[in-house]
Design a binder for this molecule. Sequence first.
Ligand code: VGL
Ligand code: ZN
Length: 224
Amino acid sequence: MNIENLTFQKKIAINNNDSLLIIDMQYDFMPGGALPVEEGDQIIDDINLVAEIFKSSNGIVVLTQDWHPKNHKSFASSYPGKNPGDEFQSEGIGPIIWPDHCVQNTYGSKFHEDLKKEYAHAIIRKGYHPKIDSYSGFIENDKKSETGLAGFLNSLKIKRIFICGLALDYCCYFTAIDGIDFGFEVYFLVNLTKGIDLPPGNISNSLEDMKNKGIKFTIKDNFV
Ligand code: VGL
Ligand code: ZN
């Protein structure tokens, strides 16, 4: 499944029941960072433009921040003989283990300076339990520990969520899938995200899963 094969929703008008979720726009996911996503910095200006549309249309903007303690169990460095990118599965961790990244209070855990953080109503941190990873902005990988995002959005009567940021096939994908399970109408902003594609083919599989789950796709140019 390629981005070219998707159909995009058109003429989307934002209102106060809509939320823009900007996922993990932190230095460690930018080129030169610890877990770099290719061209991850090239979506910042357009994300800012869309955040501006949400702000001026009374939508709610939320940032997520990957926020791991040192020696987190999602880091390959926690396992002798393992390397970043290795496949690894245990409760709350996997299917891949990663280089050390987004360690709390380090430079790499900060939001990129060009991201207009002032538009955000809330920042949701995830991945802070030492033994559990969290790709989704809603619930950690144990599928039990909620971040509070669903409650926040529900209390503001949000119905539609629009997902952008990094990385397409990890944190954006899992946030989108869980968004459906938590009862939201989910839109995936395909030109405001970039993927890791590990293992190879993962981006394509993620797009296919999202389509099958009933997630809608659109691009930044389709807001009115
Ligand atoms: C992410 C891997 C590990 C992401 C976070 O933001 O997509 N990926 N931690
Ligand atoms: Zn992480």
